[in-house]
Design a protein around this ligand. Sequence first.
Ligand code: SF4
Length: 197
Amino acid sequence: MSEFRPSLHELLEEVSACRACAGSLPHEPRPVLRVSGTARLLIVGQAPGRLVHETGIPWNDPSGRRLRQWLDMSDQAFYDISRVAIVPIGMCYPGTVDGADLPPRRECAPLWHARIGQLLGEVRLTLLVGSYAHAFHLGERRKRGMTETVAAHEEYLPAYLPLPHPSWRNTGWLKRNPWFESGLLPALRDRVRAALG
Ligand code: SF4
């Protein structure tokens, strides 16, 4: 018996209606993602922050501005849904405690990432942005910590490229690890340009 596989449109309708962790969220679920069957670059982030939750636009915040700077991409190129897919580990804003965003809901990625990935047939490169994305997609292949995983990025190519999260909280990390901007960013930009063709 052949396995039923929904179209991307049908799957997106399912995601939009998801209430798997509704009881644990401080608001109605509002999954924020952008996908198309033609995207060549997939960006896997952490979870929407409050601004992203309110606007429904992923990476529509200071972290997103820094990420676009790292990628050397204009807003227009970054938000070209025909070329760039964006799927966070937790697709709904998880809320905050003491001013800090909570981790992505753990129910989300196991429920949705493989199913979405099956319908993104043209993706050439997946950027794993932050530790939660490293953990879910690299599993036992990731290193002891975020820094070691990013430093070992060549091991995961050509499919994956792990990055730190571009949050202001990592500004100190960026200062302590100048190799990231001097060495990895040029390589990242080359890879992204090649993936987008
Ligand atoms: S975070 Fe993910 S699993 Fe939870 S309600 Fe939103 S879409 Fe569903």
